[in-house]
Ligand binder design. Structure first.
Ligand code: ZN
Length: 500
């Protein structure tokens, strides 16, 4: 068994090296590559990713995994070895079921569809994107059908981003969350003048913004000797191994807060990946457990901590020092402006309260789409009707409606719910952390974040991909994912801000 395990690790290390090399090229493309690099970069990435896939679904890997899986009960479930076999076998059995030509066709349709989506969004013309989206939905249906039997055709799509979670489980959480969320959004809307966020707007030097963001990220625990921060159009985090985890951010000359919160969000992702166990190096397990667990970390740092009073009691004097605009703005006015909640059309700009409804809308719509209850042609109309129902707004254009997100053009159906699951889990973690660390609020007020990081590292980070979200939730909180703490958190925080 020991010998076979070593063989498996050698084969998986090749796959990890190829994937991480592709990630470096991808990072370069998003940051410093000149425009002329696009064509060659697409070829290089497709060759590397194709090789990684080929090496992974190799028969030798499959044989080794099946042989080793027969001895799984001899190993401790939590051990690196058992986890490597269990998780790799799950990945293998999934990837090996999909014919190579379907993988390639999805990849090609994604490249073309993304281009069509950009044009359609720019011209605000859904019909330009419609044929590509129809093709992509058809391909993803074929892809999902590779995993029969299932209760819901949407399940294999969800499972790709959130292993172990099904439509039934996620909709059980969202169905409970939706009515109180709609109610809270309505109550806040009636008091929308109570908070003025125009006080945050002024001119802020970009170099000073970058310096401030770096200092905050570092203080939270992002190790810049094992990472770096650059500028990109869409902020993201990438990981080549735990010794090199990079983030990007986007800065706005007229708004220091939006760039800073984006930096904190990505730093949350990066802190997670910098703290996976070194023993998982080159196994493919040295990254975040799933999209929702990842978002639970980024949204924990960005929202639960980064938009809280204790956090700003420490950082506001420093912000005032760095940006004299704030010297005349009192703390409470700043705190309220930072947390202004208002229904808006664009998901990525939504506040903590309205955000969930943007996600539930997409989750329900994807489920309807894949179960044949809504056609691609009907999407703009259905989108607008549901926006009005959930957020009281009708997008005046498709650009601000159904065309706003890139995900569907790239075939990333099933991804959206993880943003909300992550938010829900982030608050459950906060609840647990407060129980186990009674002085945590005082630590935040003092600008001390080492114990918070140590707690997250111990409970979540070091395990990498060893466990699924349901497993992590049970291990950390002793029970399943619960929506109630999240709703209580929103009600308390925004009830106070808006005097509800
Ligand atoms: Zn994120």
């Amino acid at each position: 068994m020991k010998e076979k395990l070593e063989q498996l690790k050698t084969l998986l290390a090749r796959v990890a090296d190829l994937e991480n090399a592709a990630a470096v090229l991808d990072w370069d493309q998003e940051t410093y590559m000149p425009e002329g690099g696009v064509q060659a970069r697409a070829d290089q990435l497709s060759t590397l990713q194709g090789l990684a896939h080929e090496y992974f679904v190799d028969e030798e890997v499959g044989t080794l995994l099946h042989d080793l899986a027969a001895h799984l009960d001899e190993l401790d479930y939590d051990s690196d070895e058992a986890s490597l076999i269990r998780v790799s076998l799950r990945d293998y059995e999934k990837q090996v079921k999909v014919p190579g030509d379907l993988v390639r066709e999805i990849s090609r349709t994604s490249a073309l569809g993304t281009q069509a989506w950009r044009e359609a969004r720019e011209k605000d013309d859904f019909s330009l994107f419609q044929p590509y989206l129809e093709k992509m939905v058809e391909l993803k249906i074929r892809w999902a059908e590779c995993f029969k039997p299932y209760d819901n055709i949407y399940d294999p799509l969800l499972d790709d981003f959130e292993p172990g979670m099904t439509y039934e489980q996620i909709s059980a959480v969202f169905a409970e969350l939706k009515p109180p969320l709609v109610e809270l959004v309505r109550a806040i809307s009636q008091k929308r003048d109570a908070v003025d966020d125009s006080v945050l707007k002024a001119h802020f030097d970009k170099d000073a913004q970058m310096a401030f963001g770096r200092a905050v990220a570092e203080q939270l625990g992002y190790d810049l000797t094992r990472g770096r921060i650059d500028i990109s159009a869409h902020p993201f985090t990438t990981n080549f191994w735990r010794g090199d985890v990079r983030i990007t951010t986007r800065l706005d000359e007229n708004d220091v807060v939006s760039g800073l919160m984006g930096t904190i969000h990505e730093a949350g992702h990066a802190i997670y990946e910098q703290n996976t166990s070194p023993t998982l190096y080159r196994t493919g397990l040295d990254r975040g457990a799933s999209m929702a667990v990842h978002e639970s970390q980024s949204r924990f740092y960005e929202n639960v901590i980064g938009r809280s009073r204790p956090f700003w009691r420490h950082f506001y004097p420093r912000l005032q020092e760095a940006f004299p605009h704030f010297k005349s703005l009192d703390f409470e006015a700043f705190y309220r402006a930072l947390n202004k909640s208002e229904p808006s059309l664009i998901r990525v700009e939504a506040d903590e309260v309205t955000y969930g409804l943007h996600i539930i809308l997409r989750f329900e719509l994807e489920n309807d789409l894949f179960n044949g209850r809504v056609s691609v042609a009907d999407l703009p109309e259905v989108w607008n009707a549901r926006m009005e129902e959930y957020l009281g707004l009708v997008p005046p254009t498709d650009r601000e409606g159904v065309l706003q997100d890139i995900h569907w053009s790239q075939g990333l159906m099933g991804y959206f719910p993880d943003y909300l699951l992550g938010s829900v889990f982030s608050v459950q973690l906060w609840e647990q952390m407060q129980k186990e660390m009674p002085g945590v609020v005082e630590q935040i007020e003092a600008g001390q974040f080492e114990d918070i990081l140590a707690w997250l590292r111990e409970k979540i980070h070091r395990h990498g991909r060893k466990f699924t979200l349901p497993e992590i939730t049970a291990r950390v909180t002793g029970g399943p994912l619960r929506w109630e703490p999240y709703m209580d958190y929103l009600r308390t925080k925004y009830g106070e801000i808006y005097g509800l």
